[in-house]
Design a protein around this ligand. Structure first.
Ligand SMILES: NC(=O)c1ccc[n+]([C@@H]2O[C@H](COP(=O)([O-])OP(=O)(O)OC[C@H]3O[C@@H](n4cnc5c(N)ncnc54)[C@H](O)[C@@H]3O)[C@@H](O)[C@H]2O)c1
Length: 243
């Protein structure tokens, strides 16, 4: 992974932060994309303190203009992006009958549309180089929807489908596109609620995943060892779903 340029969205916290730190520890230099400048800067400082290299790129990935700007800033700072991790996402719960149009649109914009917009802004450079790796963050809910997360589940099911379409189109350019589908991950956001306490009882491994355990899988998918894998949706769910 040495000297590869990785751009991670949602890199300021949770799984995205863990992915950024993992890729940095493997020798990548990082463009850290998020809305939260303060938290993203803290991640950058952590990377710099351990001898790595990183820049913060603030932007709203639901907007095409921001995605073009993020891509431009990444290229200017570190050359073409070799690894794109479309990780940023939100998972608000709402009973289906109470879901507002605003909530539906927001979930679809961040979880799905942003994957399309930023990938479209970054992929031409990968195609130009004849190599690259995209990892999209899916979810077990995209395969096995439950109650009160209909918009989220639909968005992640669409990410799974989009991943396969992108993989099919990009393979001939030497660009691999995969997704990771976590179950429950013990991020700050998840642990501040109560739903995980019930959910954990359904996890065969008997605990939530650590963010590092998702990050390790993402890093492996981006490595040469996984060079023949594309269009794969990799479950990382402690045995909750085996398909
Ligand atoms: N935590 C889990 O249990 C879990 C399980 C399965 C899948 N996932 C998926 O993993 C991803 C990360 O989840 P997390 O728990 O680490 O979330 P998180 O809330 O800790 O982090 C998400 C980050 O995305 C950033 N972000 C949100 N909207 C943005 C936008 N428009 N532009 C740029 N950045 C934006 C936020 O500022 C935040 O730093 C999401 O796609 C989520 O659906 C999480």
């Amino acid at each position: 992974m040495t000297k590869r340029h990785a751009l991670v969205t949602g890199a300021a916290s949770g799984i995205g932060r863990a992915i950024a730190l993992k890729l940095a520890s493997e020798g990548c230099f990082l463009s850290l994309c998020d809305l939260d400048e303060q938290k993203a800067s803290t991640v950058r400082e952590t990377i710099l303190a351990s001898g790595g290299s990183a820049q913060v790129v603030i932007g709203d990935i639901t907007k095409a203009a921001d995605c073009r700007e993020i891509s431009e800033k990444a290229r200017t700072w570190g050359g073409p992006v070799d690894i794109l991790v479309n990780n940023a996402g939100i998972y608000p719960a709402s009973p289906f009958l109470e879901m507002t149009e605003e909530l539906w649109d927001r979930v679809m914009a961040i979880n799905l549309k942003a994957v399309y917009l930023l990938s479209q802004a970054i992929l031409p450079d990968m195609i130009g180089k004849g190599s690259g790796c995209v990892v999209n963050m899916a979810s077990i809910d995209g395969k096995k929807p439950g109650p009160e997360i209909s918009a989220y589940s639909a968005s992640k099911a669409a990410v799974i489908s989009l991943t396969r379409s992108m993989a099919a189109e990009m393979a001939k350019f030497g660009v691999r596109v995969n997704a990771v589908a976590p179950g429950w991950v013990g991020t700050e956001n998840i642990l501040k609620g109560d739903r995980w306490k019930i959910a954990v009882q359904q996890i065969p491994i008997g605990r939530l995943a650590e963010p590092d355990e998702i990050a390790g899988v993402v890093a492996w998918l981006c490595s040469e060892t996984a060079g023949y894998i594309t269009g794969e949706i990799l479950n990382v769910n402690g045995g909750m779903l085996m398909d």
